[in-house]
Design a protein around this ligand. Structure first.
Ligand code: FES
Ligand code: FES
Length: 162
């Protein structure tokens, strides 16, 4: 039995410690946003955030996650109430088939949490682990730029005197 925190909820999971997190999310917990692309750590489709860092859940065994904080795309918002990153991707119509997009959004979220002033070059470099066979790369970049700009504008508003 492993105890971990997923999307702010503490959860006990019965899968064996060598089970990849991706299988636990999808098969045990019904959290289907993270996708199975390659299962080999080579496409980025399964990316989630663990303690603030983007992690490939298909090659991360459950046993490494005891007491860690996992965030999946479901933790950023829902279809009815999308969060800022999700809204930016919708506004830029960044998804074509959409299969790569959950993983991309999670890595982008981790990047902006760590570096709200990430340059376009930094965003491009960060996204290297992600494959998008639809070729919607420029829309993805615009979406992350939009999310970053909106976040900075909100922070500036919060700082300005009323
Ligand atoms: S499914 Fe994990 S990197 Fe491809
Ligand atoms: S939108 Fe289809 S793989 Fe990226």
């Amino acid at each position: 039995m492993s105890n971990l925190t997923i999307n702010e909820k503490t959860i006990s999971v019965s899968a064996s410690p060598d089970t990849p997190l991706l299988y636990v999310l999808r098969d045990e917990l019904g959290l289907n946003a993270a996708k199975y692309g390659c299962g080999l750590g080579q496409c980025g489709a399964c990316t989630v955030i663990v303690d603030g860092a983007a992690v490939l859940s298909c090659v991360t065994p459950l046993g490494l996650l005891e007491g860690r904080r996992v965030t999946t795309l479901e933790g950023l918002g829902s279809a009815d109430a999308p969060g800022p990153m999700q809204r930016a991707f919708i506004a830029e119509q960044a998804a074509q088939c959409g299969f790569c997009i959950p993983g991309v959004m999670m890595r982008a979220q981790a990047l902006l949490d760590r570096n709200p002033n990430a340059t376009d070059a930094a965003i491009r470099a960060e996204l290297q682990p992600h494959l998008c066979r639809c070729g919607t790369h420029m829309r993805i970049l615009r979406a992350i730029r939009r999310a970053s700009d909106e976040r900075k504008a909100k922070a500036a508003d919060a700082r300005s005197p009323q």
